[in-house]
Design a protein around this ligand. Sequence first.
Ligand code: ATP
Ligand code: MG
Length: 773
Amino acid sequence: AKPDPDALLDGLNPQQRDAVLHAGSPLLVVAGAGSGKTRVLAHRIAYLLAARGVHPGQIMAITFTNKAAAEMKERVVSLVGSRANAMWVSTFHSMCVRVLRREAKHLGLSSNFSIYDADDSRRLVTLVSRELDLDPKRYPARALAAHISNLKNELLDPEDAAARAGNDLERRVAEVYASYQRRLTLANALDFDDLIMRTVGLLQAFPQVAGHYRRRFRHVLVDEYQDTNHAQYVLVRELVGTEPGEGDSTVPPAELCVVGDADQSIYAFRGATIRNIVEFERDFPNARTILLEQNYRSTQTILSAANAVIARNPNRRDKRLWTEAGDGDRIVGYVADNEHDEAAFVAAEIDRLVDSSEARAADIAVFYRTNNQSRVFEEVFIRLGLPYRVVGGVRFYERREVRDALAYLRVLDNPEDTVSLRRILNVPKRGIGDRAEACVAAHAERERISFAAALREGAAGKVALLNPRSQKAIAAFVDLFDELRELVTSGQDVAEVLEAVLDRTGYRAELDASDDPQDGTRLDNLNELVNVAREFTEDVAAAPPAEDGLPEPGSLATFLERVALVADSDSVPDSEDGVVTLMTLHTAKGLEFPVVFCTGWEDGVFPHLRALGEPAELAEERRLAYVGITRARQRLYLSRAMVRSAWGQPMTNPASRFLDELPADLIDWRRVEPERSAPTAATRWGRRAEVGGGDSAQAGVAAGGMRSTPFKGWQETPALNLEVGDRVNHDKYGLGTVVATEGSGPRATATIDFGSAGTIRLMLIGGVPMQKL
Ligand code: ATP
Ligand code: MG
């Protein structure tokens, strides 16, 4: 049955209605948090389908996360029925993957290209810098990778970068960039930024391809437009097309509708620029702008607080959010002695709210500025048995064993994927040492062939300096690979292939034989990955066959693509899950919770230390505060700790300057009582946290792009196992070398030489923002 178009307009205010009904020229909806921008997008799409005769296949909608995409689709389906499933609703990255797979031949790639995430990119940069003989202390891979990423976000290729380089660092970056791009192509791989940049390049270089997509997608809609970067902006422009006569397009431009809020732009570090929203009217002549000011999410108290903070930012268009919801409760402020006290307060308050049925655990979120701040909350929540889930942080897909297993699958799907291939070449150990690997790499470089091809030549005895033992080991590896590859080509399920990988490579056996408790956890995680694969297969069983040129729904390629495109916020639990959600402020964007604890309001923490003397960064932090506050629907808690440990040292932090910006009458300050004892009622939850059903907590992206971290209890979150000489990468200090280790278990520490950042002694218990390389 066709839904009544007028019903789609019910429950919208006049401005929202305007935005849904507007036809023709480009449309910008700018509005503060919680004013229904996302809702307008969903209703607009439904209205296009129901009232304007638009076919679902003509609609492309872009959201910030996969989860938001799935929700958008669901909402539209619930409004107009299942035919809406034919729409393209996805993130920029997923959308580009779809286009690129189909058009890969134009770019000299095959359609099963691998997608490199930040970790893979860093590995490749490391390989390249080693070849170029760069001093890793002066040019850390992380920094080089970040430079390359920035260039790509500006759509600058290696030649552009070389032409613009004005100093030694920039020249080095350009050099690394050029070599890195060549290696990516050889590996039949694209990194995250390439997905956007290469799609733009494709549409610009091949008018007939651009024409195809312009004819197909007559409506392009973008949520969270304030967080698009330059490359994404150009991509939107290319997709929509220009007026006939301009450029060489013969297709009239598609209808464009973007929604956003300049005050919520918080991804400048990824190249996002408010310019895109501020200059929309200049970018798209005859654009129409609609403002929304009524907020439907929060109480007036919460909005007044948000308005007061954001009003301090310079150069913004002032807008006043208002609501009919009434004042509601005052904000609760809490000054804790230290971060443990802060966590205890949050836990006690959550307990009280749940106990008195004022809120369910799932209604509650705890926000903090940086991932490492979750650790103390986790410790306290576990001790009290409060069920919770951390979004992001030490991520399932970043664990070594999970990445190893995925590397096998990636090589099986795309044998040219050098980074993955070299990762697993000698994992588990099979007698292909560093020297042998170097011989093969040198051979590949000399012959200008891929590493995989060089490996085959090695097996055949055609690689110089390879000793017979290594040659034999390589030959055995090539055979093993062919045997596994046979499973893929014969159409086995992903889970079967994964099981075969774990068995036939001896990976599982090695962990099984170990009595290191960490290896037990690793087995659990691999088991979890098999579950993810199983659920994936079930999930796609009913999916229609792929469109031309795209991988089949149940294929290894599709599985790997889903895994690669999972973002932090895709793992936000559903409200039925019955757990408290912990996440960073960045991850909270677009979400809403009845109760929000916003923690760590200290200068140096939030605003971040880095931002203190930097007006532009401070403005960005203030927007982050605005985002955090406006996630709350009914209750908001703001807390700070007087003393907080940073890198093992207690630091006394002054109150966040943002706290001073809040009108005093909105906050009810609860000071620290001298002997506040630990909360008592918490054992109701049972001693151990059962997160999302304990062991069955699935780590899957399988269902609608959902992922959750399989939480196995703090005691099993292993300390990083380091030895003298190990190389590490620390989120804050960069690359380092372990020079000494001391103690064991929870007291284990390592002294690490971080080059210019100094030599620092760190605790190694889980949650350290550092990876072993
Ligand atoms: P953000 O800036 O945080 O992304 P937003 O502008 O996208 O927020 P939505 O998430 O679309 O806002 O809406 C906020 C809340 O208000 C949602 O719960 C939504 O269902 C509700 N809402 C929006 N418009 C209306 C309306 N006209 N009537 C009732 N509820 C509404
Ligand atoms: Mg929104």
